[in-house]
Ligand binder design. Structure first.
Ligand code: FE2
Length: 385
């Protein structure tokens, strides 16, 4: 690893060994298939502070589906619902429930990205396609990743419209304020039993990513359950995809619960960065976002121990962190603050993480045990432990 520098997409690193034949400029958007996009959009605006951004549907001449685009700083979410029973989106919804369909990646050249990845073995979802309107043209292409999830490559250098051709600006009179969410720090995928290494290899071979952190079931376990995780990054460090698989424990792990309810592999959580987690989480709580419960008081008493030399640069009041159930972890380079929401659907599937990095590059490994015990308390209530 070399050339660590701050860029607008967070702390950028150049990973030696990664092959940047795409290359990826950042996350472009995340598209969810949902049962009722109009109502989901209201939830993400009200609860998470996203802003109305763009719209496509019957009013814009699209008779197949409605899509609402929401924005907060660099994060774009697209919420899509089919408008009739013939749409293939219905099968996806019936099987998986609401969830992430597309993790779209911003590229210089969508045609080349598709060619480079498909020739390395990726399965095509969408051949390079040029979409145009009066604001220019966008080229998109796509490949399948784990489960039915896809990566769409978006080339938008010749476009200055609001989102993509076919979308119109969405003006709303209801505009709750943002809560300080900045960009997507990482997105985690859950894959099936024994499939983690296969997907690690897939990201290495077809996307040129490197595996830069690994956690096995000896490190990630509680009394009841365990999982394994490997973190993949593209060459410039802007895109990070940890991949989880369940491991054997006395009881059912949260990954297994996810696979049961999503009925297959899929996106487990979206981690979004903030510069001020205390104000972001205070605001999210006031707006009704539900978070996992706090670890015991002893966890907070032990923070100075765990932070060691980084304790002196810590500005946050530990009592406030405890009141908000925010977790703290440290590595060689600094510390990080993080918290996890409960699943945002009725199925215990996708959830969000709010993260503030104070130099640390890890993913909160020191919190895994506290976190999983908290999830197990929820699983117990659901009868799925
Ligand atoms: Fe995470």
């Amino acid at each position: 690893m070399k050339n660590i520098k701050n860029v607008e997409y967070g702390l950028e690193k150049i990973f030696e060994g990664a092959q940047d034949f795409l290359p990826l400029l950042g996350t472009d958007y995340v598209e969810f298939y949902v049962g009722n996009a109009k109502q989901s959009a209201h939830f993400y605006k009200t609860a998470f502070g996203f802003q109305s951004h763009a719209y496509k549907g019957l009013e814009t001449g699209c008779k197949e589906y409605a899509s609402y685009v929401l924005k907060q700083d660099k994060i774009r979410l697209v919420l899509t619902t089919p408008l009739n029973s013939n749409s293939p989106i219905n099968q996806h919804l019936a099987k998986h429930g609401d969830g992430v369909k597309v993790i779209a990646l911003w590229v210089e050249d969508a045609k080349k990205s598709w060619e480079e990845t498909t020739k390395r073995g990726a399965k095509s979802f969408m051949a390079p396609t040029i979409e145009k309107d009066e604001f220019g043209e966008v080229v998109r292409s796509g490949i399948y990743t784990y489960g039915e999830t896809v990566h769409i490559f978006v080339e938008r250098k010749n476009y200055n419209g609001v989102f993509l051709p076919g979308y119109q600006k969405w003006e709303s009179t209801y505009n709750p304020t943002p809560v300080g969410l900045k960009f997507i720090d990482h997105m985690v995928g859950n894959v099936g039993w024994g499939e983690m290494n296969q997907w690690v290899k897939w990201y290495e071979d077809t996307m040129g990513f490197v595996n830069f952190l690994s956690f096995d079931d000896k490190q990630i376990h509680t009394e009841y359950s365990a999982l394994m995780s490997k973190v993949m990054s593209n060459g410039n460090g802007r895109i990070k995809f940890p991949i989880n698989e369940p491991a054997k424990g006395k009881k059912k792990s949260q990954i297994e619960e996810y696979l049961d309810f999503y009925e297959g592999p899929g996106a487990q959580h979206i981690a979004v960065a903030t510069n001020d987690i205390i104000s972001t989480v205070t605001e999210l709580r006031a707006r009704g976002v539900e978070f996992l419960s706090a670890p015991p008081h002893e966890y907070y008493l032990d923070i100075p121990n765990r932070l060691g030399k980084h304790m002196q640069m810590m500005k946050e009041d530990i009592a406030v962190l405890e009141k908000l159930s925010i977790l703290v972890d440290a590595d060689e380079e600094g510390y990080l603050l993080q918290i996890f929401t409960k699943p945002v659907e009725d199925r215990p599937t996708l959830f969000f993480e709010i993260i503030q990095r104070m130099g640390a590059q890890g993913f909160g490994a020191g919190n895994f045990k506290a976190l999983f015990e908290s999830i197990e308390r929820e699983q117990e209530k659901r009868g799925t432990l």
